[in-house]
Design a binder for this molecule. Structure first.
Ligand code: ATP
Length: 187
Protein backbone atom coordinates (compact mmCIF):
# COMPACT_ATOMS: atom_id res chain seq x y z
CA UNK A 1 0.00 0.00 0.00
CA UNK A 2 1.37 3.34 -1.02
CA UNK A 3 0.14 6.40 0.80
CA UNK A 4 0.97 10.04 1.18
CA UNK A 5 0.77 12.30 4.19
CA UNK A 6 -0.39 15.78 3.32
CA UNK A 7 -0.34 18.06 6.33
CA UNK A 8 -1.30 21.68 6.49
CA UNK A 9 -3.08 24.34 8.38
CA UNK A 10 -5.93 23.97 5.89
CA UNK A 11 -7.35 27.26 7.15
CA UNK A 12 -9.39 26.71 5.00
CA UNK A 13 -8.64 23.80 2.67
CA UNK A 14 -8.94 24.92 -0.97
CA UNK A 15 -9.01 23.61 -4.52
CA UNK A 16 -5.24 23.91 -5.01
CA UNK A 17 -4.70 21.55 -2.07
CA UNK A 18 -7.07 19.07 -3.70
CA UNK A 19 -5.62 19.54 -7.18
CA UNK A 20 -2.05 18.87 -6.07
CA UNK A 21 -3.16 15.89 -4.00
CA UNK A 22 -4.98 14.44 -7.00
CA UNK A 23 -2.04 15.09 -9.30
CA UNK A 24 0.33 13.36 -6.89
CA UNK A 25 -2.03 10.42 -6.43
CA UNK A 26 -2.24 9.98 -10.21
CA UNK A 27 1.48 10.32 -10.86
CA UNK A 28 2.65 8.09 -8.04
CA UNK A 29 -0.22 5.59 -7.95
CA UNK A 30 -1.09 6.44 -4.37
CA UNK A 31 -3.94 4.47 -2.88
CA UNK A 32 -4.51 7.08 -0.20
CA UNK A 33 -3.72 10.69 0.55
CA UNK A 34 -4.21 11.60 4.19
CA UNK A 35 -5.26 15.23 4.60
CA UNK A 36 -3.92 16.05 8.05
CA UNK A 37 -4.93 19.36 9.60
CA UNK A 38 -2.21 20.53 11.99
CA UNK A 39 -2.99 21.25 15.60
CA UNK A 40 -0.66 24.18 16.13
CA UNK A 41 1.70 24.51 13.19
CA UNK A 42 5.23 25.06 14.47
CA UNK A 43 6.22 27.13 11.43
CA UNK A 44 3.48 29.67 11.29
CA UNK A 45 3.83 32.91 13.16
CA UNK A 46 0.14 33.44 13.55
CA UNK A 47 -2.52 31.37 15.22
CA UNK A 48 -5.04 29.75 12.92
CA UNK A 49 -8.24 31.63 12.17
CA UNK A 50 -10.56 28.65 12.40
CA UNK A 51 -10.19 26.15 15.23
CA UNK A 52 -9.08 22.56 14.77
CA UNK A 53 -12.60 21.12 14.78
CA UNK A 54 -13.69 23.41 11.97
CA UNK A 55 -10.54 22.79 9.92
CA UNK A 56 -10.96 19.04 10.28
CA UNK A 57 -14.64 19.27 9.32
CA UNK A 58 -13.75 21.25 6.19
CA UNK A 59 -11.04 18.72 5.30
CA UNK A 60 -13.60 15.92 5.66
CA UNK A 61 -16.03 17.69 3.33
CA UNK A 62 -13.24 18.34 0.82
CA UNK A 63 -12.07 14.72 1.02
CA UNK A 64 -15.34 13.63 -0.54
CA UNK A 65 -14.01 14.91 -3.86
CA UNK A 66 -11.85 11.83 -4.43
CA UNK A 67 -12.08 8.27 -3.07
CA UNK A 68 -8.33 8.32 -2.37
CA UNK A 69 -8.60 11.28 0.01
CA UNK A 70 -9.04 10.70 3.72
CA UNK A 71 -9.27 13.46 6.31
CA UNK A 72 -7.08 12.39 9.21
CA UNK A 73 -7.10 13.22 12.92
CA UNK A 74 -3.48 12.17 13.34
CA UNK A 75 -2.45 15.54 14.70
CA UNK A 76 -5.52 16.14 16.83
CA UNK A 77 -4.91 17.38 20.34
CA UNK A 78 -1.15 17.61 20.02
CA UNK A 79 0.51 20.55 21.68
CA UNK A 80 2.49 21.03 18.48
CA UNK A 81 2.42 19.24 15.18
CA UNK A 82 5.79 17.74 14.47
CA UNK A 83 5.87 15.81 11.24
CA UNK A 84 8.42 13.28 12.46
CA UNK A 85 6.08 12.17 15.25
CA UNK A 86 3.24 11.77 12.78
CA UNK A 87 5.46 9.80 10.40
CA UNK A 88 6.65 7.49 13.19
CA UNK A 89 3.09 6.89 14.25
CA UNK A 90 1.95 6.01 10.74
CA UNK A 91 4.94 3.65 10.42
CA UNK A 92 3.89 1.89 13.60
CA UNK A 93 0.24 1.73 12.63
CA UNK A 94 0.77 0.67 9.03
CA UNK A 95 3.80 -1.56 8.86
CA UNK A 96 4.87 -2.24 5.30
CA UNK A 97 3.20 0.82 3.82
CA UNK A 98 5.25 2.94 1.48
CA UNK A 99 4.98 6.45 2.87
CA UNK A 100 5.38 9.58 0.84
CA UNK A 101 5.22 13.10 2.19
CA UNK A 102 3.38 15.60 0.05
CA UNK A 103 4.46 19.18 0.44
CA UNK A 104 4.45 22.49 -1.40
CA UNK A 105 7.65 24.23 -2.50
CA UNK A 106 7.15 27.01 0.07
CA UNK A 107 6.99 24.62 3.00
CA UNK A 108 9.75 22.33 1.70
CA UNK A 109 12.14 25.29 1.39
CA UNK A 110 12.08 25.47 5.21
CA UNK A 111 12.59 21.79 5.87
CA UNK A 112 15.94 22.26 7.58
CA UNK A 113 14.25 24.24 10.34
CA UNK A 114 11.98 21.33 11.29
CA UNK A 115 12.26 19.39 14.52
CA UNK A 116 14.47 16.32 13.78
CA UNK A 117 14.51 17.18 10.09
CA UNK A 118 17.29 14.70 9.31
CA UNK A 119 15.10 11.90 10.64
CA UNK A 120 12.25 13.17 8.48
CA UNK A 121 14.47 12.99 5.39
CA UNK A 122 15.53 9.49 6.32
CA UNK A 123 12.01 8.25 6.93
CA UNK A 124 10.07 9.41 3.88
CA UNK A 125 10.30 10.22 0.21
CA UNK A 126 8.99 13.66 -0.63
CA UNK A 127 6.75 14.70 -3.44
CA UNK A 128 7.36 18.44 -3.70
CA UNK A 129 4.72 20.42 -5.54
CA UNK A 130 5.62 23.53 -7.42
CA UNK A 131 3.98 26.74 -6.29
CA UNK A 132 4.27 30.06 -8.12
CA UNK A 133 6.92 32.29 -6.59
CA UNK A 134 8.72 29.63 -4.57
CA UNK A 135 11.96 27.78 -5.16
CA UNK A 136 13.77 25.34 -2.91
CA UNK A 137 17.04 23.51 -2.47
CA UNK A 138 17.18 19.80 -1.92
CA UNK A 139 19.26 18.95 1.17
CA UNK A 140 21.91 16.25 0.70
CA UNK A 141 20.44 12.82 1.09
CA UNK A 142 16.81 13.88 0.67
CA UNK A 143 14.73 11.71 -1.64
CA UNK A 144 12.69 14.22 -3.60
CA UNK A 145 10.33 13.81 -6.51
CA UNK A 146 9.65 17.18 -8.04
CA UNK A 147 6.09 17.48 -9.30
CA UNK A 148 5.96 20.59 -11.45
CA UNK A 149 2.97 20.01 -13.67
CA UNK A 150 0.78 22.45 -11.73
CA UNK A 151 1.32 26.12 -10.96
CA UNK A 152 -1.64 27.23 -8.91
CA UNK A 153 -1.63 30.71 -7.51
CA UNK A 154 -4.04 29.99 -4.68
CA UNK A 155 -3.53 30.45 -0.94
CA UNK A 156 -5.66 30.22 2.16
CA UNK A 157 -4.46 33.69 3.11
CA UNK A 158 -5.94 35.23 -0.06
CA UNK A 159 -9.13 33.21 0.42
CA UNK A 160 -9.53 34.40 4.02
CA UNK A 161 -9.20 38.00 2.86
CA UNK A 162 -11.87 37.56 0.23
CA UNK A 163 -14.20 35.87 2.68
CA UNK A 164 -13.71 38.75 5.11
CA UNK A 165 -14.78 41.08 2.27
CA UNK A 166 -17.97 39.09 1.84
CA UNK A 167 -16.88 37.48 -1.43
CA UNK A 168 -17.38 33.83 -2.38
CA UNK A 169 -13.93 32.67 -3.53
CA UNK A 170 -14.22 30.28 -6.49
CA UNK A 171 -11.18 28.36 -5.22
CA UNK A 172 -13.25 26.83 -2.43
CA UNK A 173 -15.10 23.54 -2.89
CA UNK A 174 -18.84 24.38 -2.67
CA UNK A 175 -19.38 22.22 0.41
CA UNK A 176 -16.53 23.99 2.19
CA UNK A 177 -17.92 27.41 1.31
CA UNK A 178 -21.31 26.32 2.59
CA UNK A 179 -19.75 25.12 5.87
CA UNK A 180 -17.90 28.44 6.28
CA UNK A 181 -21.10 30.39 5.78
CA UNK A 182 -23.14 28.17 8.11
CA UNK A 183 -20.57 28.53 10.86
CA UNK A 184 -19.78 32.20 10.36
CA UNK A 185 -16.05 31.57 9.86
CA UNK A 186 -13.51 34.08 8.53
CA UNK A 187 -15.89 37.02 8.80
P1 ATP B 1 -1.74 30.09 4.20
O1 ATP B 1 -1.99 31.04 3.07
O2 ATP B 1 -2.71 30.21 5.35
O3 ATP B 1 -0.30 30.07 4.65
P2 ATP B 1 -1.68 27.82 2.36
O4 ATP B 1 -2.62 28.14 1.25
O5 ATP B 1 -0.20 27.96 2.11
O6 ATP B 1 -2.08 28.61 3.67
P3 ATP B 1 -1.38 25.42 3.98
O7 ATP B 1 -2.51 24.81 4.70
O8 ATP B 1 -0.35 26.15 4.74
O9 ATP B 1 -2.03 26.36 2.82
O10 ATP B 1 -0.69 24.35 3.00
C1 ATP B 1 -0.65 22.98 3.25
C2 ATP B 1 0.29 22.37 2.23
O11 ATP B 1 -0.20 22.61 0.90
C3 ATP B 1 1.70 22.95 2.28
O12 ATP B 1 2.62 21.89 2.01
C4 ATP B 1 1.68 23.94 1.13
O13 ATP B 1 2.96 24.15 0.60
C5 ATP B 1 0.79 23.25 0.12
N1 ATP B 1 0.11 24.19 -0.78
C6 ATP B 1 -0.81 25.12 -0.44
N2 ATP B 1 -1.23 25.82 -1.49
C7 ATP B 1 -0.55 25.34 -2.56
C8 ATP B 1 -0.52 25.67 -3.97
N3 ATP B 1 -1.25 26.66 -4.45
N4 ATP B 1 0.30 24.95 -4.77
C9 ATP B 1 1.08 23.96 -4.25
N5 ATP B 1 1.10 23.60 -2.95
C10 ATP B 1 0.31 24.28 -2.10
Amino acid sequence: MRLALFGGTFDPIHNAHLAVAREAADHFQLSQVLLIPNAIPPHKQRQTSANYTHRLAMASLAAQADPRFVASRLEEGQAKSYSILTIERVRRERPGAEIYFLIGADAFSEIETWFRWRDVLEQVEFIVLSRPGYTYDVPAGARVHRLETLQLDVSSTAIRKRLANGEAPPELPPAVLRYIRENGLYM
